[in-house]
Design a protein. Sequence first.
Length: 215
Amino acid sequence: MQINRADQLHQVLYTIQDAASMWYPSDLAAVFRSLHGDSVRLLQPTAPAQLLYAMCNLYQAIFSDLFDDLLHGVDLRRVSSRALSSLRSDSPTYQRLVTRVMNDAVVASVFSTASSGPPGRQDTGRPPARGQAAHRDTLPARARPAAESSIIHKQIRDQIPVVNGKQVCVRFQSVKGCTFPSCKHLHELHRLPPDVLKWVTEMHMGLKAAHPQRE
């Protein structure tokens, strides 16, 4: 499914919100409700394509940050606060993904109109405005309701080794590695209990080549 209309985005976010209300804690479910409500408020059926794609990118970025925070055990209240702050028009994320894209689209439209020449002629050589086709797919798989792919369950998290008072970073053990800039966990390769090992290999494309449990 491609998201080409505002009502399609509304439906996707509503489906996620509905599932979140059943499976997630109330603080986290409130974030999904806010995202759906924000999309309904801002994106009317006649919303321009540039705005639709820009908002898709914004929601995708919020989901990405939210699930990274959850993966690293950040407090739910802090996770929710950070996610909701990105919806504000003065937030750096909003400015980068929405405001700047829309400003570029307006400028491109003005120059396109000025250089179009007599009626009937079209400038086919001009590249599309930045953000015009920024996002046509549905929201990323890890932003879907089945969050088992992103959240470390408590029974798994409780088994993660602790070395000198610091919990081992499970993402660091994987091929992909840890991409969280402010990760406070221990970035050393370490043997993992069976349940944790299974979670890392299934969710993060296997272990680093130098990992002591790499087969």
